[in-house]
Design a protein around this ligand. Structure first.
Ligand SMILES: Cc1cc2nc3c(=O)[nH]c(=O)nc-3n(C[C@H](O)[C@H](O)[C@H](O)COP(=O)(O)OP(=O)(O)OC[C@H]3O[C@@H](n4cnc5c(N)ncnc54)[C@H](O)[C@@H]3O)c2cc1C
Length: 327
């Protein structure tokens, strides 16, 4: 007979990881299912080199280090982790548990926590066609996984949001030159970061749109078009980082019989969905006042785990503080 987990967490982003850790502290038998080959969700896949400043008790941490710490933390309980496994469907069994269909073997669990963030995500690409070889050889990149690869190079960053500004600041002391290109004069980053960038050696090109890309010997010729005047100018760089945000696809949620608000799962203050013993947390949910932040998801995880375990084991006592659990 297939193993039946107390709790199956769908999504191995920061919020799913913390839910698994908290469930481990409650002695629950937990599994995580993650469709990517790595844990860490958006944080590890989309902005590993960005600094995160808004998690309590941590003055500032590189995104990839936050995930590394979460994985280390999780090792205290060694939950079962299914990587490269995507949940396709959630079927209720006659005894009120769940059979979860995936692209591999089905998984059985007494309760489920959905932590799928915005679903499958992909970077928003440049609006014009260019030689695909530039992607393949890393001359054009949609996110940075290794800052060191930019050391001593001329880097252009296209984008005007928070992470474009953060990338510019992180690369400025490492790269030979950093240019940021944005279609507006105003950046959408944190005011303090924007001011820091304006006072740095970062070359700011606004208001400009990217017009075309071409290989120029061993460099990349980035042609820019000034907004309104349409004047063209060309920049020679070693690498272009495009940071136009991401598109996400959470259409799979519509097949799981959940009450949705747009593409988010509706939950109450106990993180309950409309389906019994199915809870949802993190960026995947919506409720009044919801903020899509790691810290918010970290708060929702213990609520969902506690509610789930009360439903699965009604006689189980409420959570104690972590110190009493570890002593
Ligand atoms: C550029 C950028 C910068 C950000 N900066 C900050 C910041 O500084 N501070 C902050 O607090 N927040 C920040 N955020 C927001 C933060 O990343 C999210 O709030 C956080 O990642 C939400 O975590 P999560 O675990 O709910 O979802 P996610 O991180 O999205 O993880 C969900 C996981 O579920 C998996 N999944 C999806 N569908 C399935 C399926 N069907 N089966 C199995 N697995 C599935 C996905 O592959 C993914 O790994 C930023 C976001 C972006 C895009």
């Amino acid at each position: 007979m297939a193993h039946k987990y107390d709790l199956l967490i769908i999504g191995g982003g920061p919020v799913g990881l913390f839910a698994a850790y908290f469930a481990g502290m409650r002695n629950a038998d937990v599994a995580i299912v993650e469709s990517l080959p790595q844990l860490g969700g958006q944080v590890a896949a989309l902005f590993p080199e960005k600094n995160i400043y808004d998690v309590g008790g941590i003055p500032g941490i590189k995104a990839k280090d936050l995930i590394k710490n979460q994985v280390t933390q999780l090792q205290a309980f060694s939950p079962k982790i299914f990587l490269e496994t995507s949940v396709k469907d959630i079927e209720e069994t006659p005894d009120g548990d769940y059979l979860v269909q995936t692209n591999h073997d089905p998984i059985t669990a007494r309760a489920i926590i959905i932590a799928i963030g915005n679903g499958a995500f992909a970077p928003r690409r440049l609006a014009f066609d260019y030689d695909p070889q530039l992607d393949h050889n890393g001359t054009v990149d949609y996110f940075i996984s290794d800052l060191e690869a930019c050391r001593g190079k001329k880097i252009a960053i296209a984008g005007g949001g928070d992470s474009a500004v953060d990338y510019a600041l992180a690369l400025e002391p490492i790269a030979a030159q950093v240019t940021i290109i944005h279609r507006r004069d105003q950046f959408r980053g944190l005011e303090s970061s924007v001011t820091k960038m304006q006072n740095s050696s970062v070359n700011i090109k606004t208001p400009f749109l990217l017009n075309s890309l071409a290989q120029a010997d061993d460099q990349l010729a980035v042609t820019l078009k000034r907004v309104k005047t349409n004047d063209l100018e060309t920049l020679l760089v070693d690498k272009l980082i495009v940071n136009y945000g991401f598109t996400a696809d959470s259409r799979i949620l519509r097949q799981w019989g959940l009450d949705l608000k747009g593409v988010k799962v509706k939950v109450n203050t106990r993180m309950e969905t409309n389906r019994p013993k199915i809870y949802a947390i993190g960026d995947a949910v919506d409720y009044e006042g919801k903020l899509d932040l790691i810290a918010t998801g970290y708060g929702e995880a213990p609520i969902a785990v506690t509610t789930a375990l009360q439903a699965v084991y009604p006689d189980k006592i409420r959570p104690a503080h972590s110190t009493s659990l570890f002593n």
